[in-house]
Design a protein. Structure first.
Length: 484
C-alpha cells in the first residue's frame, strides 16, 4: 500500500496508465517539489471507464444489498488497517498536518464506507395506500453509470462521501479526484482490488478538470454528476449537464458568516472560532470567513482572536506541533495573497499574519502563509464577497440582531453559518432567518452523517448525506396496483 511514483487509473478492475501514455506532475505542497506523476487522462480513458461501468452494472445493480454491504465494509477495513500510509499520502499531497489526516480525513473516509454500507441494508421505500381501491409503492432503482468529481481540500474524505452512497445503491461509478491530490484515490483503487470489488463497478480516472472531468460530465451514458468544487466550475457543469437532463448534486463555494452575540460562552466560542477560521488553512468550504461580533464584545474578541492566531504554528505538516501546514498549491497561495493586497486597497487593516513563512532546508520552497485577521471592511467589498478559501478572516462589529442577519445573508453564497449565543429563543429565531444549508449553534463542524448537507444560493443545488444521498443516487418509480 505504499505510494508509487507513477499513479495509475483504475479501469475495469485494473491499474492502467492513460491511453495516451501522458502524465502530469504531482507536487508536494510542503516542499514545492514534484514527487510523483499522475495520468493525464482524456476522453478515451473516460470512454473505457464508462464501458467497463456499463458492463458491470447489470450484476452489481441486482446484487443483494448484503453483498454490497460486505464489500464496502471490507474496503473500510483495508483503509483502517493502512491508516498511517493513507494519512501520510494525504499530507504529502495536500500539505495539511498529518495530525489532521490521521484524525479527520482518513477516519472519515472509512466512516463514509461503513455508514453507507449499513444504510443500504436498512434503506426502505414508501408506499401510498388508497383505502379500498389501490396501493402505490415506490421502487428506488439505481441510476446506472454515475460520475463523482471531488476537490483537493479534503481529498479522500469527499471522494468517498460521493462514491460510497453511489456504490451502495447499486450504481457503477466513474470518479475523478482532483489533479492536485490524486494519491489517496490511487491507494483507494488498490484497496478496492484487495477487497474484491467486482471489475468495472468503480473506475477512477485521473487528470485535469477541463479534460478528464469535462469528458465525464459530457458523456451521454453518465446519468448523474455529484460534484464538489468551485462555483465557477459548478456553473460549467450545469451548462453541460443541464441540457442533457442529468441529475446534479453540486456542493460549491461558501463565504460563511459567524455571528457572535455578547452573551455567548466566550471560552468555548473563541476556541471554536479559531478552528472554524483556520482549520486546514481555511481550505474547508464550511470555514467561517466573515466574523460578526456584537459591539460590547468586539474589542475583547478581536484582541483574543489576534493573540491566539499569532500563536498558531505554521510549518512542516509532518511535525506534531504544527497547527497549519502548507497551502495546496503555489497558484492557490498566490490567489490568497492577492486577496490580502486587495483587502488593504479596500481599506482593511491586517491585524496579524498574511505574510509568507521563511522555511529552511527541503521546506524552503513550500507554500506557507501566516493566518490573517482583517478588520475595517464593509460588507460590499470583494474581500467580504468572494471566496478566498485560505487562512484569512474578516471581523466586523454589529449592533442589532437584524443587522447581524442582514450582514450574514449579504453575499451570493449560502452554505453554512455559525451562531454563538446563550439565548435559546434568539438562536432559533436567527437560525430560521439565515440563508444557509447548515446552521451550527454554539459549535462548528459537528457532523452527523445522517443529516442533509449542502447549500443554498450560489453554494449549490441538491443535498448529500444520509437518505438524501441514497435518494439522489436512485430513481423513484411509482407502481400503482388496483385491487381486484
Ligand atoms: O476547484 P475546481 P479549484 C473553490 C475555492 C478555490 C476555487 C477554485 O474557492 O479557490 O474553488 O479551486 C474538477 N468539468 N473550491 O480550481 O476547479 C477538478 O479537476 C468537470 C471550493 O481547484 O472546481 C477537480 O477534480 N470537472 C471547494 C474538481 O473539479 C472539472 C473545494 C474541483 O476543482 C471541471 C475546492 C470541468 N469543466 C475549491 N473543471 C469546496 N466547495 O469545498 C474542474 N473540474
Amino acid at each position: 500500500m505504499t505510494p508509487d511514483k507513477y499513479i495509475k487509473n483504475y479501469i475495469d478492475g485494473a491499474l492502467v496508465p492513460a491511453a495516451s501514455g501522458a502524465y502530469l506532475d504531482n507536487y508536494c505542497p510542503a516542499t514545492g517539489k514534484v514527487y510523483s506523476q499522475l495520468p493525464d487522462s482524456d476522453e478515451q480513458d473516460v470512454q473505457r471507464a464508462v464501458d467497463a461501468a456499463e458492463r458491470a452494472f447489470p450484476e452489481w445493480s441486482k446484487a443483494e444489498p448484503g453483498k454490497r454491504f460486505r464489500i464496502l465494509m471490507r474496503i473500510a477495513d483495508i483503509i483502517e488497517q493502512n491508516m498511517e500510509e493513507f494519512a501520510r499520502a494525504e499530507t504529502t499531497d495536500s500539505g495539511k498536518p498529518l495530525a489532521m489526516s490521521m484524525s479527520v480525513d482518513i477516519p472519515r473516509a472509512q466512516a463514509n464506507f461503513r455508514f453507507f454500507a449499513t444504510a443500504i441494508v436498512q434503506f426502505g421505500s414508501e408506499s401510498h395506500h388508497m383505502a379500498g381501491e389501490a396501493v402505490n409503492y415506490t421502487l428506488r432503482q439505481p441510476l446506472g453509470v454515475v460520475g463523482c468529481i471531488s476537490p483537493w481540500n479534503l481529498p479522500l474524505y469527499l471522494f468517498t462521501w460521493k462514491i460510497a452512497p453511489a456504490l451502495a445503491t447499486g450504481n457503477c461509478v466513474v470518479a475523478k479526484p482532483s489533479e492536485l491530490t490524486p494519491m489517496t484515490a490511487y491507494l483507494l483503487s488498490k484497496a478496492c482490488i484487495e477487497a474484491g470489488l467486482p471489475s468495472g463497478v468503480l473506475n477512477i480516472v485521473h487528470g485535469l478538470g477541463n479534460k478528464a472531468g469535462q469528458a465525464i460530465v459530457e458523456h451521454p451514458v453518465v446519468k448523474a454528476i455529484s460534484f464538489t468544487g468551485g462555483t465557477a466550475t459548478g456553473k460549467k457543469i450545469v451548462a453541460t449537464a443541464g441540457p442533457m437532463f442529468k441529475k446534479l448534486s453540486l456542493e460549491l463555494g461558501g463565504k460563511n458568516p459567524n455571528i457572535i452575540f455578547a452573551d455567548c460562552n466566550f471560552d468555548a466560542m473563541i476556541v471554536d472560532t479559531l478552528r472554524s477560521s483556520f482549520s486546514n488553512n481555511g481550505q474547508i468550504c464550511l470555514c467561517g470567513s466573515r466574523i460578526y461580533v456584537e459591539r460590547p464584545l468586539y474589542e475583547k474578541f478581536r484582541d483574543e482572536l489576534v493573540k491566539r492566531t499569532q500563536f498558531l504554528k505554521v510549518g512542516d505538516p509532518f511535525s506534531a506541533v504544527t497547527d497549519l501546514g502548507a497551502l495546496v498549491s503555489l497558484q492557490h497561495l498566490e490567489k490568497v495573497e492577492s486577496y490580502l493586497s486587495l483587502a488593504e486597497v479596500e481599506g482593511g487593516s491586517i491585524l496579524c499574519g498574511g505574510t509568507r513563512v521563511e522555511m529552511k532546508g527541503e521546506y524552503e520552497t513550500g507554500y506557507y502563509l501566516r493566518p490573517a485577521v482583517i478588520e475595517g471592511l464593509p460588507l460590499e467589498c470583494r474581500t467580504n464577497q468572494e471566496e478566498i478559501f485560505g487562512p484569512v478572516v474578516t471581523i466586523t462589529p454589529f449592533d442589532t440582531e437584524e443587522e447581524a442577519i442582514a450582514l450574514a445573508n449579504g453575499t451570493v453564497y449560502g452554505l453554512s453559518a455559525t451562531l454563538w449565543t446563550q439565548d435559546i429563543s434568539r438562536a432559533n429565531r436567527v437560525a430560521e432567518q439565515l440563508q444557509a444549508g447548515i446552521v451550527w449553534v454554539n459549535c462548528w463542524m459537528v457532523r452527523d452523517l445522517r443529516t442533509p448537507f449542502g447549500g443554498v444560493k450560489n453554494s449549490g443545488i441538491g443535498r448529500e448525506g444520509g437518505n438524501e444521498a441514497l435518494r439522489f443516487f436512485t430513481e423513484p418509480k411509482n407502481v400503482c396496483m388496483k385491487y381486484g
